[in-house]
Design a protein around this ligand. Structure first.
Ligand SMILES: Nc1ncnc2c1ncn2[C@@H]1O[C@H](COP(=O)(O)OP(=O)(O)OP(=O)(O)O)[C@@H](O)[C@H]1O
Ligand SMILES: [Mg+2]
Length: 265
């Protein structure tokens, strides 16, 4: 069975796509083979790795329950299932609930030796996100360190807990604080709350960084567009922090301590 990670949050603009694309690229950088599935009809993940697509091939694969349309990218180690506006109609083709495991079935038929599959989800709990969650064992939740960000996170956690009835394998592995601004007092308040709510699961922060904002316009992950930026450093660190969790390797107590230390920075 493929190792599948969904990057989800019902709240928009919190850094889901930035996280999915840049973690995928960082895993590629350390020698992993990664398949990035763009399940958002906005097609932002595809654009962020330099690929414009209408999403017709992905919709067609879902309709036929066939292998997913995989394309290679300029990013080392990274393949992509691209999406675009045509995918906005996907939910209309399948009646309530019955179509929630279609992506899973398509993925089972898709041949490739990827170490990891990462799915970028849209900011809603419709067909696209339901299918992504059904296909996944791991969930990463990017969250903005703001009051409304925290509220959105609570809704997301409740939704996933309910979803466990349908996919008992699913697990929230990490909360990733994104667009963090450490000079703001609210940042520290929210970080404290997150650590209380999710002990050991709050990753090192991703700082607000201009290179991360500019990278999608260049069609490249930040490790290629500005490889020694704060954005590149932060995503590399989170990738290492997640490595054992996602690989399922037994965690060394020393590594656990280092992880705790990194989370507190
Ligand atoms: N750490 C960061 N520093 C600066 N800009 C960021 C950072 N993270 C994300 N952004 C920018 O914020 C905007 C929203 O980010 P992103 O597209 O990743 O959010 P999203 O959760 O995927 O949004 P949506 O819900 O629309 O899919 C983008 O313009 C992105 O470039
Ligand atoms: Mg997005």
């Amino acid at each position: 069975m493929k190792k599948v990670v969904s990057v989800v949050n019902l709240k928009g603009g919190v850094g889901k796509t930035t996280t999915a694309v840049n973690l995928a690229a960082c895993w590629g950088e350390i020698g992993k083979k990664v398949l990035l599935i763009d399940m958002d009809p906005q097609g932002s993940a595809s654009i962020s790795v330099g690929i414009m697509n209408e999403g017709g091939e992905l919709l067609d694969a879902l309709q036929r329950t066939a292998a997913l349309p995989v394309v290679s990218t300029q990013v080392p180690g990274l393949d992509l299932v691209p999406s675009g506006m045509t995918m906005a109609t996907a939910g209309l083709w399948f009646s309530n609930g019955e179509g929630n495991s279609i992506l899973y079935q398509c993925l089972e038929q898709t041949q490739g030796d990827w170490d990891l599959v990462i799915i970028d989800c849209p900011p809603s709990l419709g067909f696209h996100t339901m299918n992504s969650l059904m296909a996944s064992q791991h969930v990463l939740i990017p969250v903005e360190t703001s009051f409304l960000g925290l509220n959105g996170l609570k809704q997301m956690v409740t939704a996933i807990e309910t979803f466990k009835l349908r996919n008992p394998d699913i697990k929230i592995e990490a909360i990733i604080p994104c667009r963090a601004q450490r000079r703001r007092r609210i940042h520290w308040d929210i970080m404290d709350t997150l650590k209380e709510m999710f002990p050991g699961k709050v990753s090192p922060i991703i700082r607000e960084n201009v290179s991360l904002a500019e990278a999608p316009g260049l069609g490249k992950p930040v490790i290629l567009s500005d490889r020694i930026s704060k954005g590149a450093d932060d995503y590399r660190l989170v990738t290492l922090w997640l490595e054992d969790i996602i690989s399922g390797v037994q965690q060394d107590p020393v590594i656990n301590q280092v992880r705790q230390l990194l989370s507190s920075i």
